[in-house]
Each structure stands twice: as structure tokens, then as C-alpha cells.
Design a protein around this ligand. Structure first.
Ligand code: GYE
Length: 320
């Protein structure tokens, strides 16, 4: 902006303010938010992206959105580019927990506040981010474990196979931890195989095929860290001539529409809710930050559990 133009804009704003009128459009600068998304690996992630984009639009926030295709190096590049562009706030959902110290210190040095959404980082210095908003993944794992202990009726050993999320990611680490914490109270429940399916349908199917090849009918339960992997695994189970949700009890996490459809078809026993609708909360936090408010260090999403028998009734109310 050249000098003359700036003077005109400033005096217009001053005149408007003294007359009690809203500031002229030119003087109102939109808040710029740089957001680095993990990718589009699951139904959950697609709903999360949609929630962020539409909330930014509704709240009049200028969103610079970058998709990292599930690669940490791409997220680091995106964050560096947001710093170079001098955005007002940076938010991101870290694909894995570790390895963020350097880039977070760069953002701090540039005085750009960082909001973590959905997944946490494993860094000691908590001053590197202003808040972390998202679910309690350990609790989700516990809910899955509790559901199993309460609902598994047959006696004898219970052989569980586990499809883990992305290696090193907060939800994979925590969902495993919470589940194990609960089932260890009853030693007949045993995890006999555990491998990553990277949160995708294709990988979930592939790994379940390998589990079935190795263990066959010994498998009593599948615990999948997300619905997409469970849906992929259901295909593998059917192709192996077994009945999902009957021959193998299936528990997964997210409660996306695809899981409700599987439950209504009698192929998935239960899905633990993990809400991706973080957009409105994030935009509010960005606005609060710019207004000088202090945010709580942790904002936890509230969630529920949906077993197969409530699926048809709940389905029409689902937003993702
Ligand atoms: O459960 C999974 C997605 O971080 C909570 O990431 C999220 C997880 C979600 O790919 O479906």
C-alpha cells in the first residue's frame, strides 16, 4: 500500500469509528490461518477437512490449507512456508508424535502462535503451542476394551487381532494403550497379532488377509483403531468365507457413516465415537487468540459409543 492510500484508509476508519459506524471493509484485515492437514487417509479425515474449510468460510477467516499426503516432511515444509508468509496463526494435525521441536521453535521465534488439532506431539516444552484440541485417544481405547469385556459372552481364551493406526501417531499409540490397560484385567483376552494398517481401508484389508492366513479360525475378535481399517478387514473376512461380527467380533473407532452402514448390515459390532468436527472450535480459538484471550491448554472433544443395535436409530442424526 502506498503512503497516500494508507492515510486515506486510516482517516476513513477513524471517521467511521467516531461516528459509531462499522469499520470500512478496506480497514478490516482478515485473520490468516495456515493449516497443515495430514492427508485424506480416511472418512474421518475427509470430514475433518470439510469441517475446517467450511468453518473458516463461515467465520470469515482466510484459510491457507495444505495437504501433506501423510508425510511429516510435507507438514514441516508447509509450516515453514506459513512462517515465511507471516500468517497470523498456524494450526496443524501432526501425523506422528515426535520430531516437531525444531519447526515449532521456528514458529515461536517468529511469534506465530501454534494450535494443535486432533493429534498431540511428544515435546517437553509445552510453550511451543498455545492449545491442543481433540479427543482423548487413551479413553477411546479404554471404551473399546470395556465394551469387549462386558459383551463377550463365550467362555475360554479370546484371541484378538489388532489393526493399529499409523506407526508413531498419537491415536495409534494411545488407542493401543487404553485398550490393553482394560483387557489385562482378564488374562483370557489376548492380543495374538498386532500390525499397522495405516488407518486406510486398503491396508486394513491387506493386513487382515495376512492375519487370517496365519491364524484362520483361531481369531475371535478384531480391534481396529479406525473404521476404515475395519471396513477393509470386513471384506477380507467375507472373502475368507467367514461372517464378520458373528464369527469374528469387530470393534472399531471413529463412528463415521461407513461404520453405521456396516453396523446396519450386521457386519460391525460397535464403533467408538471420535468426532472430526473440529472446525468451528478451531476458528473460535483463532479469533479468541487474536482478541488477546488466553486459551485453555487442552480442549477435549466429548464422545459416545454406538453398538450395532442403536445404529439404525442414530444413523439419520449423524453429521459425518
Ligand atoms: O481416527 C482416523 C484418522 O487422528 C483421530 O486419524 C484421527 C484419526 C482417525 O485417519 O480415522
Amino acid at each position: 500500500m502506498n503512503q497516500n492510500r494508507r492515510i486515506v484508509v486510516t482517516s476513513l476508519a477513524a471517521a467511521a469509528m467516531s461516528a459509531g459506524l462499522p469499520l470500512p471493509a478496506l480497514a478490516q484485515k482478515k485473520i490468516v490461518l495456515g493449516f497443515s492437514q495430514i492427508g485424506a487417509e480416511s472418512e474421518w479425515r475427509t470430514a475433518n477437512t470439510e469441517s475446517i474449510k467450511s468453518a473458516a468460510k463461515e467465520q470469515g477467516i482466510d484459510l491457507k490449507f495444505s495437504d501433506a499426503q501423510q508425510k511429516q516432511e510435507n507438514q514441516i515444509k508447509a509450516i515453514r512456508s506459513f512462517i515465511a508468509q507471516k500468517v497470523d496463526v498456524i494450526a496443524f494435525s501432526p501425523v506422528v508424535e515426535s520430531g516437531w521441536g525444531t519447526v515449532l521453535r521456528e514458529a515461536k521465534a517468529a511469534k506465530i502462535p501454534v494450535i494443535l488439532t486432533d493429534r498431540a506431539v511428544n515435546e517437553k516444552d509445552e510453550s511451543l503451542w498455545v492449545t491442543f484440541m481433540g479427543s482423548d485417544f487413551v479413553e477411546e481405547g479404554r471404551k473399546a476394551g470395556r465394551w469387549l469385556l462386558e459383551n463377550y459372552k463365550a467362555t475360554g481364551d479370546v484371541n484378538i487381532v489388532e489393526l493399529q493406526g499409523t506407526v508413531g501417531s498419537a491415536p495409534a499409540i494411545d488407542r493401543k494403550k487404553g485398550f490393553e490397560e482394560i483387557i489385562k484385567a482378564q488374562p483370557r483376552f489376548k492380543i495374538i497379532r498386532s500390525q499397522t494398517g495405516d488407518f486406510t481401508r486398503a491396508k486394513g484389508k491387506e493386513v487382515m488377509e495376512a492375519f487370517l492366513k496365519a491364524e484362520g479360525k483361531k481369531i475371535n475378535v478384531l480391534y481396529a483403531h479406525n473404521d476404515d481399517m475395519a471396513i477393509g478387514a470386513i471384506q477380507a473376512i467375507e472373502e475368507a468365507g467367514l461372517k464378520p461380527a458373528k464369527d469374528i467380533i469387530i470393534i472399531s473407532i471413529d463412528a463415521v457413516k461407513g461404520a453405521f452402514e456396516a453396523m446396519m448390515a450386521g457386519k460391525l459390532n460397535v464403533s467408538i465415537e471420535c468426532s472430526p468436527l473440529l472446525g468451528p472450535q478451531l476458528m473460535q480459538a483463532v479469533k479468541d487468540l487474536k482478541a488477546g484471550k488466553t486459551l485453555p491448554k487442552r480442549i477435549v472433544t466429548e464422545e459416545s459409543i454406538f453398538p450395532m443395535d442403536v445404529a439404525a436409530k442414530e444413523f439419520p442424526k449423524r453429521k459425518y
